[in-house]
Every structure is written in structure tokens, then in C-alpha cells.
Design a protein around this ligand. Structure first.
Ligand SMILES: Cc1cc2nc3c(=O)[nH]c(=O)nc-3n(C[C@H](O)[C@H](O)[C@H](O)COP(=O)(O)OP(=O)(O)OC[C@H]3O[C@@H](n4cnc5c(N)ncnc54)[C@H](O)[C@@H]3O)c2cc1C
Length: 325
């Protein structure tokens, strides 16, 4: 079998491939193609054999399946074991993943294990001559760095929502089964508790509605949830309101929260402190609603509404509701 130039680590949840992984698939395929090679994709889980078809139709040439009870839940040791096996089988020298919670945990471990270069949280990737060239936001998004490496082994993670999902072409992938029964998993997940069923994870959402201290009190956060529901959006928050206990930390956007890069980010009653901007300034279209025309959030906003969230949000929600009906 021909070696794969590039290997993609694919994340799935409940048997569905995460959108961030499909985005990464498009970028990984482009790297493989420009190096004149093929693309392998490794996926771990239990009862996931059906995913090979989706991965093949989106551009994977070979799918390495780690389908085993021990892979049902993510564990660093188990998944690192599976991906290492796929790397060895594929002969790939470039490993691509997503800069998600899982990818941020797994990728550096694999880079260290292989002693490869590591490029984290990139927003563009290209091959220029013999170099892999990426861009990544740094210093809270104030600087966009362009980095190049000619290293023979590279691990890179891609920021979700920065790359587009490739069209399904109807291609198919060869399937290789990995024997992951020998994974030495010392920390096991015994139960999984999820909350707020039905809400999109803010880090991966295509649209985000975020609320800040301008909402005055916890109960008023329902205005943010109402608009998010109509838009099919994730719900974000500033640290001020997370610290105040209005909403959980998993919604916090910013330097000490999540980094989001959706197509639409609506900031409601958020001042736009540098630590908040660090987590959202790469969003494609930023809408700010704030009653202070001087609020720093307007400096990064594409559309600004100088107004009271208590007046603007219900009107906006009604308008979207009308469009949806
Ligand atoms: C080390 C460090 C890390 C940090 N990490 C983060 C982070 O990850 N994420 C983060 O968000 N912050 C972070 N912060 C905190 C950050 O500096 C700000 O304090 C915080 O972002 C402010 O939140 P806010 O915009 O909701 O509140 P405020 O700054 O109080 O702003 C509230 C805004 O609402 C507006 N407003 C008031 N009433 C209304 C109304 N009725 N209608 C419309 N607008 C209204 C006001 O004009 C104001 O602009 C961090 C700080 C430090 C020091």
C-alpha cells in the first residue's frame, strides 16, 4: 500500500463526525494533494464503522478504524495509542487535527511522542516549496504570525470555523482496522453527564450570541438564549457574568475561556475588553449591541447597534422568528 503523506485525526461524537473534523479534512486533503500524496484518516470510537463512507466521500483515501469498547470515550492514552498505530501504518509525516478540547489535549502529546514540530491553532495552511506554511493568531489576536517549517515530522491543529467543509464527492476510502485492544488506559471514563441538551457547543457553533454584564442580572440572560435559539446559535458569555455565576464557564469566551471563530458573533452588553476580544476577534461578522457608543467592542464590530439590550434583543428575536416562520 502507498504511504499516506498526511494523516487526519477525526473526532466523532455519538457516531457523528464533528464539523471541525470535516473542515480539517478539506485542509488535510489540500496538503496531501499539493505534496502529491494521499490522505489517511484515523477515527476512534465504538460502533463507528459507518463513518468510513462519509470520510471517503469527503476525500480520505484510507480510513484507519479504531473501533473498540475501550475507545467508546475519549482518553488521552487510548486515543494516543490508536493514532500512533495509524501513524506507523500510514507512514504519514504530517498529522492534522482540530484545535478543539480533544485536539488540544491529544496533539501536543503526539508531537512530543514522535519528537515532531508542533503548530497549534492555525487559521490557514499552505505548502510553499518544501515548507509547510501556516498562520496563527497570537497575543490575544493582535498579531497574525506566519510560520514555516521544513521539519520532516509535523503535528498541526486547525482552529474550528476557519476552514470550509469540502463537498462530498462520492469517493470511497480503503478501510484498515487497527488492533487497539492493547491500549494501556489507566484513567477511565466511568460516566458522562451532559447538560443543556440541544445547545450547540459555543467553540464549534457557526453562530454565537454572547451576553455580558450589560444584561444586569442572571434572569435576563434568557434574552440571549431566546435569540440564540431562533438563530440555531451557541451561547457565549463574558468572564464578568461567568464569575458572577449567571452561566457556566463552558460558555466563557476569551483569553481564559474558549476561542470561537463563527460566521456570526453577536455581543450583547459586552464592553469588549482585550481578554474578551482574544477569544472572538477572528469571527467573520461581529455585531455589537451596547448602549455606550464609545465601548471598545465597536472597534472590532462589523455592525454596531448603539442601544439598550432590553429593547434591541426582543426585537431582533422577533424579527428572526418572523424570518424562520
Ligand atoms: C487575566 C484575565 C483574564 C480574563 N479573561 C477573560 C475572558 O476569557 N473573557 C472575558 O470576557 N473577560 C476576561 N477577563 C475580564 C475582562 O477584562 C473584562 O472584565 C470582562 O470581559 C468584562 O465583561 P463585560 O464586558 O460583560 O462587562 P463590562 O466591562 O462591565 O461591560 C458591560 C457593558 O455593557 C454595556 N451595557 C450596560 N447596560 C447596557 C444595556 N442596558 N444595553 C446595552 N449595553 C449595556 C456597558 O456599556 C458596558 O460596555 C479577563 C481579565 C483578566 C485580568
Amino acid at each position: 500500500m502507498m504511504a499516506n503523506e498526511v494523516l487526519l485525526f477525526v473526532e466523532q461524537r455519538n457516531g457523528e463526525i464533528k464539523k471541525s473534523s470535516l473542515e480539517a479534512l478539506g485542509a488535510a486533503k489540500a496538503i496531501a494533494t499539493s505534496k502529491g500524496g494521499s490522505l489517511g484518516a484515523v477515527v476512534a470510537g465504538e460502533g463507528i464503522s459507518g463513518l468510513a463512507e462519509t470520510l471517503g466521500s469527503h476525500g480520505a483515501d484510507v480510513v484507519y478504524m479504531a473501533d473498540h469498547g475501550d475507545m467508546a470515550h475519549y482518553s488521552t492514552e487510548g486515543y494516543a495509542h490508536a493514532v500512533t498505530q495509524a501513524l506507523d501504518k500510514s507512514g504519514a509525516t504530517i498529522l492534522v487535527g482540530s484545535a478543539t478540547a480533544m485536539g488540544k489535549d491529544l496533539a501536543p502529546r503526539l508531537a512530543a511522542r514522535k519528537d515532531w514540530a508542533f503548530l497549534a491553532d492555525t487559521t490557514s495552511v499552505a505548502i510553499e516549496g518544501d515548507k509547510l506554511v501556516v498562520t496563527r493568531p497570537e497575543y490575544a489576536g493582535k498579531v497574525i504570525s506566519k510560520l514555516a517549517t521544513a521539519a520532516t515530522g509535523v503535528v498541526l491543529t486547525l482552529r474550528p470555523n476557519s476552514f470550509s467543509v469540502p463537498e462530498a464527492s462520492g469517493g470511497s476510502a480503503q478501510v484498515e482496522t487497527l488492533d487497539v485492544s492493547g491500549a494501556n488506559i489507566r484513567a477511565k471514563v466511568v460516566a458522562l453527564e451532559t447538560k443543556e441538551q440541544g445547545l450547540v457547543d459555543v467553540a464549534e457553533a457557526d453562530r454565537v450570541v454572547s451576553g455580558g454584564r450589560g444584561l444586569k442580572e442572571a434572569e435576563n440572560f434568557s434574552l440571549v438564549f431566546d435569540l440564540a435559539k431562533e438563530l440555531g446559535a451557541g451561547v457565549g458569555a463574558s468572564r464578568a457574568v461567568v464569575d458572577a455565576g449567571w452561566i457556566g464557564h463552558d460558555h466563557q469566551v476569551g483569553q481564559t475561556g474558549k476561542t470561537v471563530s463563527p460566521n456570526l458573533y453577536i455581543a450583547c452588553g459586552i464592553s469588549g475588553a482585550i481578554q474578551h476580544l482574544a477569544g472572538m476577534r477572528t469571527s467573520k461578522c461581529i455585531v455589537a449591541i451596547n448602549k455606550d457608543a464609545e465601548a471598545p467592542i465597536f472597534q472590532v464590530a462589523d455592525y454596531g447597534i448603539v442601544g439598550d439590550v432590553f429593547e434591541v434583543l426582543p426585537k431582533l428575536t422577533d424579527a428572526v422568528k418572523a424570518l424562520n416562520s
